[in-house]
Ligand binder design. Structure first.
Ligand code: CMC
Length: 377
């Protein structure tokens, strides 16, 4: 008798040298490097090299990565025009899906070892252009193409907000990009892998991944978690809100729980630290206070079931403190995760390729006699 693993729990679909997770101990490493070391010491571009080429770059290699990205920010003008046609209140990820679908019409490259990684660098640059313009168009501003600067994070923030970001904002954006880079094979990466296994093009793989990321159980959780804080309004309401919504109404506490982590998500710890450093205005301090109280009460209630804050619990406060509205949070997650998706599909297609085609266990009637329409009740 075949067995179904509900939600594909503990099913291994590929081998990887990209990301190591110890869910019991709360350890996350990219290519063997601890996430905290990378966040504290690296630029996102160094992590791009690590994920695509297997190691941190030397100066010459880093220069090449930056050059390739810097010359690839442009997208065909009709892609931006298509985005401009979308309603201002369109979902940010839906806009990204549309833009990446449009890009697939221009860049339908076949898979080719030796060229795939170059393609990936181009896509990472174009993702910055797309996400910056999701914000700009939703805010009624004219489109902008990121321009080369000291870093990917800085170019992105500059293009998005048409202003010089502070060093602190660039640092926080760089950290967020690294923290969200990869997480082995969650739903979105699995979706990208399934699509890549048919040898579909890279841009279409990103569209698949975006569609899976959008939901509130995955990438949409950062917006959902932050919306809870806004709904609670004041730190003094946390306990009452929790009892009413989570205990009585059995709603899920968003930004809590994880399929793999059975302890505190190491990314949540780092995002929390950045949130504490960045929350300066009375409004963001209040939101942080609400979040910290909600975390305490959540751990008190769910800690025994090994349900702890995940990466999406505090990331929203970091994005909000940089100046992003809530509707951008999932697309910021996506901006960073594009790298993880690409690294995984390249690893899969180049080294382990086989069509992903699972089975469903048939449980319906085995055989029925056909009844013509006129004789059916
Ligand atoms: N609040 C309340 N109860 C929870 C939560 C939560 N956040 N998460 C899990 N549970 C309970 C769930 O009700 C179930 O209880 P019982 O066994 O009594 O029915 C038990 O834990 C197992 O739940 P599950 O849905 O089978 O567990 P899973 O491994 O499929 O869930 C999860 C993983 C992330 C979908 C879930 O924890 C969840 O819904 N969390 C809230 C949404 C969220 O924050 N998602 C972000 C995930 S991490 C980053 C990312 O992927 O973007």
């Amino acid at each position: 008798m075949s067995e179904i693993s509900r939600g594909l729990e503990n099913v291994f679909i590929k081998a990887t040298s990209l990301t190591y997770i110890d869910g019991e101990k709360g350890i996350l490493r990219y290519g063997g490097y601890n996430i905290e070391d990378l966040v504290r010491n690296c630029s996102f571009e160094e992590v791009i090299h690590l994920m695509l080429y297997g190691d941190l770059p030397n100066s010459e290699q880093l220069k090449k990565v930056k050059e390739r990205i810097n010359e690839s920010y442009n997208v065909p003008p009709p892609v931006i025009r298509i985005m401009e046609e979308l309603p201002h209140d369109a979902d940010a990820i839906a806009m990204m899906e549309t833009a990446f679908s449009a890009l697939a019409s221009y860049y339908n490259y076949p898979w080719k070892k030796g060229e795939n990684k170059e393609r990936a660098l181009e896509i990472i640059a174009k993702a910055s252009t797309i996400v910056a313009n999701v914000y700009r168009l939703k805010e009624g501003q004219k489109p902008e193409i990121p321009e080369p600067s000291e870093s990917y994070a800085k170019s992105f923030l500059r293009a998005t907000f048409s202003r010089e970001p502070s060093e602190e904002e660039v640092d926080a954006m760089n950290a967020a990009l690294i923290l969200y880079t990869d997480h082995e094979v969650p739903a979105s990466t699995t979706a990208a892998l399934v699509t890549s296994s048919t040898l579909s093009d890279m841009y279409s793989c990103i569209v698949s991944a975006l569609a899976a990321l959008k939901g509130p159980l995955h990438g949409g959780a950062a917006e959902a978690a932050f919306s809870q804080f806004l709904e609670i309004k004041d730190p003094s309401n946390v306990e009452e809100w929790f009892n009413e919504n989570v205990i009585k109404e059995k709603k899920r506490l968003m930004g809590f729980g994880h399929r793999v982590y059975k302890t505190y998500d190491p990314r949540a710890k780092l995002f929390k630290r950045y949130a504490e450093e960045l929350a300066r205005t009375p409004e963001s301090k209040k939101i942080l206070d609400i979040a910290e109280r909600l975390e305490d009460i959540g751990i008190k209630n769910f800690g025994e079931k090994k349900i702890y804050p995940n990466t999406d619990f505090y990331s929203g406060i970091v994005f909000y403190s940089i100046g992003f509205p809530v509707y951008m949070f999932t697309s910021l997650f996506a901006l960073s995760r594009v790298l993880g998706w690409l690294a995984h599909i390249i690893e899969y297609v180049e080294d382990q390729h086989r069509l992903i085609r699972p089975r469903a266990l048939y449980v319906g009637p085995i055989k029925r006699d056909f009844i013509p329409l006129s004789s059916r009740n």
